[in-house]
Ligand binder design. Structure first.
Ligand SMILES: *Cc1c(COP(=O)(O)O)cnc(C)c1O
Length: 277
């Protein structure tokens, strides 16, 4: 059953004191980086830091959890299923890998799967919706856009506005077990502000196209910052962008969610040594 025997997952994740100290230090450093940008550019904003724990053992996640971290990102369904079973139920798991329809059931069945950030087709949306149980909280989804034009990166082309609007409308209208909350991009390593701006522009246009009489977005306080885009009424579509090397730039560009792996957990083993997803 397990395809991840190389991951040192035990039934009780117990990190070593040395590793705990190392993780707490790097997590504090990243948090300070997030706070520094937000404190200067828009006081009062509190973006979500997702700690990307792919290929890293459950022990590492546990150590960050003990330092108060709750949002964690994973790229592989099987790895996420195994870790979710070992870790506390109030972890908020974010799926950030390519979603295959045949993994939709395994993913949607994880009660504390908080968000799927990589939605790119209505087929996958319908599959997630079908398998999300009514007694679990609705699953948040973000539509992944390809802002770099690189074929290897997933997502809908950022310029394909009709396709983006159609998928968003499908989630909002036909997927009651899902909640459409925003857009995500991975971006090229040097994509920078150009790509962040492209995602922001797509979000601002999409907000105007969404129906008034349906549930979407995250609720925001209306007396917040009015100049901020992505909002209509008391609701706002979020932007997930920025990784270890550029999360500060992404926050300056309006990111609501940043996804940091290496900066917290250190370098990952090269892909070829890894078990299949
Ligand atoms: C791995 C990964 C990250 C984290 O990347 P780092 O450069 O290690 O911070 C963020 N987002 C996605 C979609 C990823 O696959």
């Amino acid at each position: 059953m397990s395809t991840t025997s190389s991951l040192p997952i035990t039934s009780e994740p117990l990190p070593t004191p040395h590793r705990i100290a190392e993780l707490h230090a790097s997590l504090s450093e990243i948090r300070a980086g997030v706070a520094a940008v937000c404190g200067s550019s828009s006081p009062g904003r509190s973006p979500t830091l997702v700690a990307v724990s792919k290929y890293k053992p459950a022990e590492d996640v546990r150590a960050c959890y003990d330092a108060g971290q709750r949002d964690f990102g994973e790229n592989y369904a099987q790895e996420l299923v195994e870790k979710a079973a070992l870790l506390p139920r109030d972890v908020r798991w974010h799926f950030i890998g390519t979603v295959q329809s045949n993994k939709a059931k395994a993913l949607a069945s994880i009660e504390n799967l908080y968000a799927v950030q990589t939605l790119a087709s209505s087929k996958v949306a319908s599959a997630l919706n079908r398998h999300r149980q009514a007694e679990h909280a609705p699953l948040r989804v973000l539509i992944q856009l390809n802002t770099s034009g690189e074929e290897a990166k997933g997502g809908i082309a950022v310029g394909a506005e009709e396709e983006i609007a159609r998928l968003a409308a499908h989630v909002v209208r036909a997927c009651p077990r899902l909640r459409f909350v925003g857009l995500m991009t991975i971006g090229a390593p040097d994509g920078g502000e150009g790509e962040f701006g492209a995602l922001r522009g797509a979000r601002d246009r999409l907000v105007r196209a969404l129906p008034d009489d349906a549930v979407w977005g995250e609720e925001v306080e209306v007396d917040g910052q009015d100049q901020e885009g992505g909002r209509r009424g008391g609701r706002r579509l979020l932007l997930s962008m920025g990784m270890s090397h550029d999360f500060e730039l992404a926050l300056q560009g309006g990111a609501d969610i940043v996804r940091v792996g290496t900066g917290i957990f250190g370098v990952r083993p090269p892909k070829k040594e890894l078990p299949p997803a």
